[in-house]
Design a binder for this molecule. Structure first.
Ligand SMILES: *[C@@H]1O[C@H](CO)[C@@H](O)[C@H](O)[C@H]1NC(C)=O
Ligand SMILES: *[C@@H]1O[C@H](CO)[C@@H](O)[C@H](O)[C@H]1NC(C)=O
Ligand SMILES: *[C@@H]1O[C@H](CO)[C@@H](O)[C@H](O)[C@H]1NC(C)=O
Ligand SMILES: *[C@@H]1O[C@H](CO)[C@@H](O)[C@H](O)[C@H]1NC(C)=O
Length: 640
């Protein structure tokens, strides 16, 4: 058996938790002991986590020899399992964490890491791969690449549509820092061209199925949708800041949010993390906890629509998720409800034996630290019928209501939630080996590390949780402008234009040193009607075309936006609304006012093309005429 001894003298919290009763003097004393032990774990683990995280980043990371500059390797493990790759999701989450720390505490070396990452991603966007080509954006959702930035051609769960929005979010964190410190031109000329492709991808493909963040379930993933929504809202705000625009972001974001609401299972009080596929699971999944912490916006309070960490939905979901692990891992036995336990990805997990994951434990803590931050900031805590069971586990006599900071209950809740959150760190600490190394998982029976060693994401998850616990929070993402759910959900998917950031423009000037406040006032958030210019019309092509498996439908016509009669540049339609009784293919294309001729083509799996019969279709597009107003037109066509 693996000899496991903890450097950190931990493991005490869980044992005490099993004996202590909530609210008693003994429980209070135990809580204080736990807090001190978590304090000391964090103090000791922080430098280790930073060092090991940076070790996994090329070109000079101590464990990343052979990785290209800016490449975040998932883990140095090259066999059992082989994680010697770079995943766009993992890398982007890690970089978002780095950029957040950097924004609070300038470091020229972290800045170099961020620059290298941005340059590497500009290059990676253009690497052809099995998910598709760059010209229509499809290749941007390739989940993983070799560490030298070449394609990975093996079988895999692809595409994974969380990569583009997460990379946009990572790069936007840095772009916002550049703007705030007076380097708007650099943000616009160097970083925005990369971000723009990922936003275009998100606005075009959000309504298609893909693989979830665990690369197992083809369908719609809550984490992917929440990340997509955030990226689009943040992208609209950043574009305005850079005196440009992302109208597709503005147009599409509300519909992504609308769809996001449908993952909620009211009867269970939790998110179903995978829909449109994957229904064979309960849906209680770290997917939703990660969605909550990675779309945290401290300025938007406990908003439930955007699933904020302190929202009643978020807390009810936290309980449902955590409780799903209480009885399945041996190391959790004897630990009562309301006390932290080891948590994993989802209870049905069998990967490597289906063990608890370090990053899941850190995420479970982080959500609660985020909540505590907001409650303190807002000087009040509201408990609804929905969140009551979460709070009752911690404080059995608590009732629904709003508790202002002046009430003694407010402090009692904060203390209880903090102790609970600390418990999740303590569990991870208990199963962290002496050298502080964080693998991917720890054994459900013995607590010994399992699977990939030195998982970059594990270190990053530890570091962000520790920051939130210390009250260091990320900047918001303009969630306040993106929390209105449209009355009806629409499938609007806007065809993007994709342009590779040339390697010559993707280079950063020297001496981008901090000059906080140099950025001036924030730009107003663009209103939904804000057009690129008065000559633009948003045209939605709805085509009823019966197709067979493997066939796709495209529109091609006389104007450049629909390929100028070059079928190689035709715009693909989406089948996300296709049903047996209604073979709908659809896409929205931003076009110029004027007359356009077009036809639909059916593309077979082998690439051969069938054209519609004559005559050409004709469409007359008139601009809105009034400044600020936007023209939109929908055509309903049937294949002929
Ligand atoms: C800022 O970063 C430096 C290392 O670059 C570190 O020594 C210092 O503790 C950090 N300060 C804060 C407030 O995090
Ligand atoms: C697309 O959006 C519609 C409307 O929200 C939703 O019903 C459908 O499930 C979505 N499909 C995918 C694959 O995202
Ligand atoms: C449709 O448009 C194409 C391109 O302009 C042209 O070559 C073709 O003759 C047109 N078809 C008809 C039937 O007018
Ligand atoms: C297209 O069809 C939709 C319903 O599917 C309808 O609401 C709309 O009015 C139609 N538009 C045109 C131009 O026929």
């Amino acid at each position: 058996m693996h000899a496991l001894s903890s450097l950190f003298l931990l493991g005490t919290c869980a044992v005490q938790a099993a004996l202590g009763h909530p609210g008693t003097a003994r429980d209070k004393r135990d809580t204080a002991i736990c807090k001190r032990s978590v304090d000391s774990f964090i103090e000791q683990e922080t430098p280790i986590a930073w060092a090991r995280l940076l070790c996994n980043i090329g070109p000079s990371g101590c464990a990343a020899s052979g990785a290209a500059s800016g490449v975040v390797v998932a883990s140095p493990s090259k066999a059992n399992p082989d994680y010697w790759y770079t995943w766009t999701r993992d890398a982007s989450l890690v970089l978002t964490g780095i950029a957040d720390v950097f924004a609070h505490n300038y470091s020229s070396s972290l800045q170099g890491t961020i620059h290298n990452f941005a340059v590497s991603q500009a290059q990676l966007q253009g690497v052809s791969n099995p998910s598709g080509s760059f010209s229509n954006g499809a290749g941007l959702a390739e989940p993983k690449f070799m560490v030298d930035l070449t394609q990975f051609t093996g079988e895999w769960g692809r595409p994974q549509r969380d990569g583009p929005p997460l990379r946009a979010i990572a790069l936007m964190q840095y772009a916002k820092w550049l703007v705030d410190n007076g380097y708007k031109d650099t943000a616009k000329d160097v970083v925005w061209p990369v971000i723009k492709n990922d936003l275009a991808y998100t606005a075009q493909y959000w309504n298609e199925t893909g693989f979830d963040l665990w690369e197992e379930v083809p369908g719609s993933s809550f984490f992917t949708i929440a990340s997509s929504h955030r990226a689009l809202v943040e992208g609209a705000a950043l574009a305005a800041q850079l005196d440009t625009e992302c109208r597709a972001c503005v147009t599409v974001a509300p519909h992504v949010l609308c769809f996001q609401q449908s993952f909620w299972k009211a009867s269970g009080g939790h998110v179903v993390s995978n829909i449109n596929g994957g229904e064979y699971r309960s849906g209680k999944d770290a997917n939703s906890i990660l969605a909550s912490i990675h779309t945290f916006d401290p300025a938007v309070g406990c908003d439930a629509v955007t699933f904020q960490p302190c929202s009643d939905k978020g807390l009810s979901n936290h309980k449902a998720y955590v409780d799903s692990f209480r009885s399945i891992y041996t190391i959790n036995s004897g630990i009562p409800p309301g006390k932290a336990v080891a948590v994993g990805r989802y209870s049905e997990d069998v990967y490597y034996g289906g063990h608890p994951w370090y990053l899941a434990n850190f995420a479970a803590a982080e959500q609660l630290y985020d909540a505590i931050y907001v409650w303190k900031k807002e000087n009040s805590i509201t408990i609804t019928q929905l969140s009551l069971p979460f709070f009752k586990d911690l404080l059995p006599t608590i009732t629904t209501g709003t508790y202002p900071s002046s009430s003694p209950t407010f402090q009692a809740i904060l203390d209880a939630v903090l102790a609970y959150a600390d418990g999740f760190i303590d569990v991870a600490a208990q199963y962290t080996p002496q050298d502080g190394s964080l693998a991917e998982q720890f054994d459900r029976n013995t607590g010994a590390p399992v699977s990939a060693t030195h998982l970059t994401w594990s270190y990053s998850a530890f570091l962000t949780a520790a920051e939130r616990r210390a009250g260091v929070v990320p900047p918001g993402w303009s969630a306040a402008h993106g929390k209105t759910v449209p009355a009806t959900c629409s499938r609007v998917q806007v065809a993007g234009t994709y342009a590779l950031a040339s390697t010559s423009t993707t280079s950063f000037p020297a001496n981008l040193t901090p000059d906080p406040g140099a950025g001036g006032a924030p730009a107003p958030f663009p209103s939904a009607g804000a057009c690129a210019d008065a000559g633009e019309v948003y045209v939605t092509f709805n085509a009823r075309v019966a197709t067979q498996w493997g066939q796709t439908v495209k529109v091609v016509g006389s104007s450049a936006e629909v390929g100028a009669w070059d079928v190689g540049r035709a715009v693909g339609l989406s089948a996300s609304g296709y049903a047996a009784g209604d073979p709908l293919w659809s896409i929205t294309v931003p076009m110029r006012a004027g007359t356009v001729q077009y036809k639909y083509v059916r593309v077979n799996a082998d690439g051969s093309v069938q054209w519609e019969s004559d005559p050409n279709r004709s469409l007359s597009l008139s601009a809105a005429g009034a400044p600020g107003a936007c023209a939109a037109k929908t055509v309903n066509d049937t294949w002929r």
